[in-house]
Design a protein around this ligand. Sequence first.
Ligand SMILES: [Zn+2]
Length: 263
Amino acid sequence: MISPKLRLIREHNRVYRYLLKWLWRVQGKDSPRVYMFHGVVDSPEHVFSQFAITRNSFERFIEYELSRGQIPMDADILKKAVDYPSAYNNHFIVTFDDIYDSVYTNAYPILKAHNVPFIIFVTPSLIDTIDANPKSNNPMITSEHLHEMTSDPLCILGAHATHHVVFRTLNETQARNSMMESKQWLENTFGKKVDFFAFPFGRQVEVSNANIRTLSQCDFCCGFSALDGSLRQKWMSGRWFLPRILVDDEYVAKAWTNKGNRA
Ligand SMILES: [Zn+2]
């Protein structure tokens, strides 16, 4: 039996999500975008959920964005685009959550070849483990690979909480500690400043307004949700729960079909 409160939150999430996506279309698909990825797997039979994309699709996606004149953002430009989204149409940045080892093996070489900056939102407790999702069973990033990747100037380090938990279930102190400890641990371990945060799971069902307020007090530049939309919708989301766009194989296939139709 679902409680009325949860039902209400779910309903609110559904309406809000729909509005963000609709506004993104209305305001232009080329408004500044933050793309979200998780696993980048070898082949279609390894796609364990909507949070995995094949290496081939990922490469086509990067090539597609660059070929239509979209401009990759680095950390400094992203900060400006968050402040003034309407001045940064046709800009994008690629982000990864949780950090599967496949980001290192499959996505990183492609990003390097095209000189495209990217953010990795790391959950420290997941490093050197195996994904607990039985459908995936994929290895998470190793410390060695993480050190190598973070030493590359293209790699922007972001925090994704100390443990991959539903923030709504934490009290304020626990939420604050998870945000701050992940940030400090990553900064101390990899010697890079951590200015960006992404909420685990990242929908309103899992993240409360109190959690978002806590993040605003934690010395980050901004925070990201997992809801579809562009940075132009900041006026609606606020800077601590900014929308991103989930890209999967289907998304890339559609983008290429549209490109073919336009040609
Ligand atoms: Zn996550």
